[in-house]
Design a protein around this ligand. Sequence first.
Ligand code: LLP
Length: 415
Amino acid sequence: MEAFNYRGGTLYAEDVALSDIAAEHGTPAYVYSRAAIEQAWRDFDHAFADLPHQVCYAVKANSSLAVLNLLARLGSGFDIVSGGELERVLRAGGDPSRIVFSGVAKTRREIADAINKGIGCFNVESLPELERIQYIASRLDARAPVSLRVNPDVDADTHPYISTGLKENKFGIPLDEAEALYRRRADFPALDFVGVDYHIGSQLTRLDPFIDALDRVLAMVDRLAEDGLRLRHLDIGGGLGVRYRDETPPAPDAYAAALLPRLRGRELDIYMEPGRAIVANAGVMLTRVEYLKATPEKHFALVDGAMNDLLRPALYGAWQAIDPVTPRDGAPTNWDVVGPVCETADFLGKDRSLTLEPGDLLAVRSAGAYGFVMASNYNTRPRPPELMVDGDQVHLIRRRETVDDLLTGERLLED
Ligand code: LLP
């Protein structure tokens, strides 16, 4: 669903004008739509309804407590990558038994905490990690549920920074090594080998890499079954792309339709870890034009949001639409929309054709995923507030940081 629409010449989030939100809460600010988040989660849930399944929302995409709480209320599971994310999910009311714990470098403390809290599964990325979980579980007199994150060596055909399923990436265990580890399961008496997982990359817009990966992993699952190891779940990871500009990623039902024929008739619960596809297009970042500046080469729109608030353009050269909240008449100019941070990489968008005046409000679209979560305090910039629109209601779900917040915890030398 499209949560952000123009009505009477101005952009709304559900039933609230973004200009009203900016007037009350200031800019920059993140604004999310509750209905869009819930609808996207339900799209995954319905798409896989034919089989036992669990949607484990990838917390890293947007870890706001309010977002996690809405998803927990829908019955979501969660994919976490740190002790901090575990704490967030529990505080948001998430069910620990529906948590899978991914990540290549889990610490001893994170592992012990996760066992004590009763998480559903560790997605294990290496032999040393497996040995560490075995050691900690046996000391705690527990049996830890594990899945091996296999690396199916498929080309996800996405940005190299977010491609994870190739041999040369740091993620996962090569399939043949994983298979050998499953066969050695008797060496790990404190571990319960309940599943297998993989995640081949993010912002995928074609189905074939997903299908290739699944086929490779299912072949291993079948060989293990012949050996007497019946895995209970298969976790197909996240990675389904969204439309930022003109991409045409498959919708969750098309994604499910491509995978389900291969999964039917197997006694496997299907887990998935979508992040971006649930929240990206459910959010915008509002920013206001401070100054317009022309050089002989370029026209710059200097706005109050920056790379510290929204890093994706600077880090990946990612393109996110930038729309005027209240479009004005007049001939457009090509603007580089840039922030106040002292870096040439500090841009939100380049060469954007817009008709602008100082003071205009802009909405950077598709900012619900990997937006606020990647924000930093670079240049001692307090991070923006987060707001959740629900119909005609606006909920402040995280207040704007203050400079005092940033300085808490710092100390001068005593002499
Ligand atoms: N599962 C695992 C193990 C992951 O590593 C990730 C994302 C996901 C699930 C969720 O993937 P999604 O459905 O959101 O594509 N910061 C980058 C994206 C990094 C993704 C990292 N892993 C960006 O802004 O594009």
